[in-house]
Design a protein around this ligand. Sequence first.
Ligand SMILES: N[C@@H](CCC(=O)N[C@@H](CS)C(=O)NCC(=O)O)C(=O)O
Length: 216
Amino acid sequence: MVLTLYKIDASPPVRAVYMTIEALNLPDVEYIDVNLLEGEHLKEQFVQMNPQHTVPTLKDDDFVIWDSHAICGYLVTQYGDNDALYPNDPKKRALVDQKLHFDSGILFPSLRGTVEPVFFWGEKQLRTENLEKIEKGYKFAESFLTTPWLAGDHVTLADICCVATISSMHEVLPIDENKYPKLSAWLARCSKENFYKKGNEGGLLQFRQLLKSKLS
Ligand SMILES: N[C@@H](CCC(=O)N[C@@H](CS)C(=O)NCC(=O)O)C(=O)O
């Protein structure tokens, strides 16, 4: 197998894949930068591979797959030693999938909608209506946290994918620990994990710096 990941470190969905790679201890992944700010993702060669022109995009020999949630699930089922991160049991898996769709359908769009005008369209302020959507995501996540991890008593892809987004949202709108004690504790719990330290911290710092530079 030759795994190639098209990426940009600041991207939350890319960082979800990095964290999955770390959690699975996958060796020898080749990384190729795609500079979104320069429009490299819109070039013919990239669009031919991924018509949705998004990062992360993974190539495994001739097999191409995009969308971080699909990539992470693929990596665990294809290369994981066990199913802990993405359980085979239908009910356990459904609970993980539910949070992956929550990330895909609620969390990430609210983050992307908030930072896109700043990163790409030259706006210098975050729009209030977008920040309200982030706050709504925090409220949902707080109510979901009835267990230490998002889909039960151990780390799954639900945590990995959601923390990539939520740690980035936290840079945009800091999580108020009085309002969201469980969410805040969960973020702290995730940040102590090796997969987070190795897979998320570097790109999150780049995200922070990019946001700061674009807002100033
Ligand atoms: N649901 C996708 C979202 C991917 C996404 O929107 N990535 C952004 C970077 S954070 C991107 O590639 N934007 C360029 C574009 O959409 O043209 C995933 O989880 O992979």
